[in-house]
Design a protein around this ligand. Structure first.
Ligand code: NAD
Ligand code: TYD
Length: 354
């Protein structure tokens, strides 16, 4: 069994990843390190909190002592690094925390793992550090073209710039120290447990609460959407079979303009909530001021991961979006805890004040 440190495992993708990885009985012993920021919610992991191969540790990826102690305590062999500040709009308002968590946090984790692993008798043998990143590091596409692993980095927001910096640091550790890094760059994810500040859960939540559905600018920006569990399976695939030192793009060839996504969600929500046409949720669509520096289009060329590792997504957008809407409708309590902040008490109830 491999001891695996997952950072940011109480967030959206990290929690889905832990649930996916634990399906493989006896393969991984998972240690989830999370600071429990506004985006970290242990309710996402209630189904595994008693699982013998799952352990939660509250802590900061920027804290060297905490990380070194965890690497030693659990004899960590695999690191999957999700922890980050992840929302572009917040990065425009408060960029500093993005630099701290995403750049310094990644650096601290890389450096602690390098120091710990390099002094072991077997060195880097069987060790892997997988850094989870985004396609936003590549900047914005025009109407044609796709991001490949060779596309040069041109980040446009403080969020994407901080992720780009962390990708570069990870890459530098391979070249300088022969450190065993893999980097994945994925397109926009959607699915259960996504904090309702990101487009898709925000739309669902606002429809449920009869609130406006804000569409930035003219709604013509394009994103390439992937169901979160497909992303998680791709990460496991890269972790287990990827070539050390390499980078893998992950995406589902599923481009949508924002306004088309908004209309689609309205249509499905109207069906689920049995709303008559006169009360359609599309009446809530509201065009608002555009996001500063709003990237026009993202689209991933996922040929490499398909060709080299055989990964392809399992969900179509149709099945993924239906599953997602159903999940939010069945988990209104999760939505209300998340939006009113009361989920933050969960940790105290479970673990006291430690
Ligand atoms: P999220 O915001 O839902 O979760 C982030 C998690 O990190 C939270 O649980 C939070 O508490 C934790 N965290 C924040 N600061 C921390 C710190 N200093 N120490 C320890 N934990 C800390 O984010 P997400 O959407 O799940 O994204 C996870 C990763 O995947 C990020 O690195 C992001 O850049 C990347 N990514 C996200 C998407 C997407 O569409 N959401 C797409 C591609 C890549
Ligand atoms: P978001 O979910 O914030 O992801 P990202 O900015 O990382 O792609 O936004 C997805 C797209 O939806 C993006 O083009 C911005 C747009 N958007 C809106 O139009 N309205 C909103 O309320 C939000 C949150 C996003």
């Amino acid at each position: 069994m491999r001891n695996m440190l997952v950072t940011g495992g109480a967030g959206f993708i990290g929690s889905n990843f832990i649930l996916e990885a634990l399906k493989d009985q006896g393969k991984y012993n998972i240690i989830n390190l999370d600071i429990l920021s506004y985006a970290g919610n242990l309710e996402n992991l209630t189904s595994v909190e008693e699982h013998p191969d799952y352990h939660f540790e509250k802590g900061d990826v920027c804290d060297k002592e905490t990380i070194t102690a965890l690497l030693q305590k659990y004899n960590i062999e695999k690191v999957v690094h999700f922890a980050a500040e992840s929302h572009v709009d917040r990065s425009i308002e408060t960029p500093e925390i993005f630099l701290k968590t995403n750049v310094l946090g990644t650096f601290t984790l890389l450096e602690c793992a390098r120091q710990y692993w390099s002094q072991l008798p077997e060195g880097y043998q069987n060790k892997t550090f997988l850094h989870v990143s985004t396609d936003e590091v590549y900047g914005s596409l025009g109407e044609i073209g796709l991001f490949t692993e060779e596309t040069s980095y041109k980040p446009n927001s403080p969020y994407s710039a901080s992720k780009a910096a962390s990708d570069h640091l990870a890459r530098s550790y391979v070249h300088t120290y022969g450190f065993p890094v893999l980097v994945t760059n994925c397109s926009n994810n959607y699915g259960p447990f996504q904090f309702p500040e990101k487009l898709i859960p925000l739309l669902i939540n606002n429809i449920l609460n009869n609130k406006p559905l804000p569409v930035y600018g003219e709604g013509k920006n394009i994103r390439d959407w992937l169901y979160v569990r497909d992303h998680c399976r791709a990460i496991l695939c890269v972790l287990e079979n990827g070539n050390i030192g390499e980078q893998y793009n992950i995406g589902g060839h599923n481009e949508w303009t924002n306004i088309d996504i908004v209309r689609l969600i309205c249509k499905y929500m109207d069906e689920q909530l049995k709303l008559p046409e006169s009360k359609s949720s599309s009446n809530l669509i509201t065009y608002v001021k555009d996001r500063p520096g709003h990237d026009l289009r993202y689209a991933i060329d996922a040929t490499k991961i398909k060709r080299e590792l055989g990964w392809v997504p399992s969900e179509t957008f149709e099945t993924g979006i239906q599953k997602t809407i159903n999940w939010y409708l069945e988990n209104k309590e999760w939505l209300s805890h998340t939006t009113n902040g009361s989920y933050q008490n969960y940790y105290k109830e479970m673990y006291g004040n430690r």
